[in-house]
Ligand binder design. Structure first.
Ligand code: HEM
Length: 473
């Protein structure tokens, strides 16, 4: 049968009517439609088609973008970044709503390339049952009771790291990355797999270069090289897992937890999550340590007080252990209140994770505004940490402000809710141990200009903070 041009409109009109009815029904039957359908979107601008306001965000310090938007539109505003419509939120209440009370309505979301490189089964990308199971296994390895025995293994790593820097001008961030990497490997594999350390390091260093690359898997591309390194890393892990299965020994580390009993994971799930934890543990902790070294150098009164606190720990150990070769213990690290406040204040001022990403899984109403299904939602940690309502004189580095506990939901360096950081105790522990050795044995001076900040992607002092470290005489 053939259609003449005059029959097409006749045929199209019933099709068009059906299409329109279906479209209207789809909108009307959408969960929460009706009242929610009539809600306004949050205030703000969406910029140019597709590119949105990406250039405005990335052509300057991103915090300038966030702060100016917040000043103009208030604590909840819409924008359009990297092809995605977004709602940004900067009040403690809204952050609690997204991350805690209604966390089931907001799923974690990452760029596809990152998901492929870390591995689809890594903890960050999941919600629900699988996420709960993973989180239990991860927490089992990182809760205080599990890491308290690691102090004696972390201490030599810290001491060696600093010893290697003596008398040299170094890129602080790079050196802290090595330290954080070695502690991460210790917490994942214990001391047994030291022999694989250099191979793991070599593969991981190639892998991480591709984290922010275009996901084009063709020979010669960064992405391709990274995926190859990822495969090699998974092979090394397979070897370690096989050896452990043959030895049938229990291990008090993350890999042991992943492999344990009936809750154990498949080899692929283990590989994705081991790579994921290295990713989560290393650059974050290294950035924070770099900022602490900078703030201490710039605040001599605070440095003096921290040094006195650490010298007192050292003297106490010296007497207790009869002048012998002393070792730090978990209890010692719990007895460093001023140093701990310096860490807290650094986490606030530097806010190395300025924000996180979620995606609305359905239309959500918040404070009379509609957050449409599929839109990205960004709780802006840095804005919350730098609001004078939450922290008076917020730009000032003042550890004493933590002598009083911050107001609820105003202090989120490790996030909040079901996806909050399970490694926070380990991060604080390794920083305390390093600071003990740094302040009791060394002095350091910063080199070059100290004003710039780079985003890689975490906020970091310009050029990784070059410094010269020397032994105290
Ligand atoms: C000072 C250093 C660190 C900071 C500032 C930090 C910060 C964070 C934040 C803000 C989140 C939540 C992200 C979100 O809600 O989207 C997070 C999640 C996570 N962190 Fe950390 N982190 C640090 C160190 C570590 C360490 C040392 C480990 C492991 C040993 C670790 C493992 C993880 C994991 C596995 C998650 C994902 C949890 C989940 O999705 O359930 N982090 N981290």
């Amino acid at each position: 049968m053939e259609f003449s041009t005059s029959t097409i409109p006749l045929l199209l009109s019933p099709l068009l009517v059906i299409f329109l009815i279906r479209a209207i029904l789809k909108v009307l039957l959408r969960p929460g439609c009706g009242r929610r359908g009539s809600l306004p979107l949050p205030p703000g601008t969406m910029g140019w088609p597709y590119v949105g306001e990406t250039f405005q965000l990335y052509s300057q310090n991103p915090n300038v973008f966030f702060l100016s938007k917040q000043a103009r539109y208030g604590p909840i505003f819409k924008t359009h970044i990297l092809g995605c419509p977004c709602v940004m939120i900067s009040s403690p209440e809204a952050a609690k709503f997204v991350l805690v009370t209604k966390s089931h309505l907001f799923k974690p979301t990452f760029p596809a390339s990152k998901e492929r490189m870390l591995g689809k089964q890594a903890i960050f990308f999941h919600q629900g049952e699988y996420h709960t199971k993973l989180r239990k296994l991860v927490l089992r390895a990182f809760l205080p009771d599990a890491i308290r025995s690691k102090v004696s293994d972390i201490e030599p790593i810290a001491a060696n790291c600093l010893q290697c820097l003596e008398g040299r001008v170094v890129n602080t961030f790079q050196e802290m990355k090595t330290y954080a990497f070695n502690v991460a490997l210790l917490s994942i594999f214990g001391k047994d797999e030291v022999k694989y350390r250099e191979d793991l390091k070599r593969c991981y260093y190639v892998l991480e270069k591709g984290y922010n690359s275009m996901p084009v898997n063709l020979p010669g591309t960064l992405f391709h090289k990274s995926m190859k390194a990822r495969k090699e890393l998974a092979n090394i892990l397979e070897k370690i897992i096989l050896t452990r299965r043959q030895m049938k020994l229990d291990h008090n580390d993350l890999l042991g937890s992943f492999m344990s009993g009936s809750e154990g994971l498949t080899d692929d799930q283990i590989a994705d999550n081991v790579i994921g934890v290295i990713f989560a543990a290393r650059d974050t902790t290294a950035s924070v340590m770099t900022w602490i070294i900078k703030y201490l150098a710039e605040n001599p009164t605070v440095l003096r007080a921290v040094t006195e606190e650490q010298e007192a720990v050292k003297r106490r150990k010296y007497v207790e252990e009869d002048g012998g070769k002393w070792k730090l213990t978990w209890e010692d690290t719990k007895n460093m209140p001023l140093t701990s406040r310096v860490i807290q204040e650094t986490l606030r001022v530097a806010s190395i994770l300025s924000f996180t990403f979620r995606e609305a899984v359905e239309d959500v109403e918040y404070e009379g505004f509609l957050i449409p299904k599929g839109w990205k939602v960004l709780p802006l940690f840095r804005n919350i940490h730098h609001s004078p309502d939450n922290f008076p004189d917020p730009e000032k580095f003042d550890p004493s402000r933590f002598e009083v506990a911050p107001k609820p939901n105003t202090y989120l360096p490790f996030g909040n809710g079901v996806h909050s950081c399970p490694g926070n105790e380990l991060a604080k522990l390794e920083i305390l141990v390093l600071l003990h050795h740094l302040t009791t044995k060394y002095r350091w001076s910063l080199m070059g200009s100290q004003d710039g900040i780079q985003y890689a992607p975490f906020a970091l002092p310009q050029n990784g903070l070059p410094m010269e470290l020397s032994l105290k005489t």
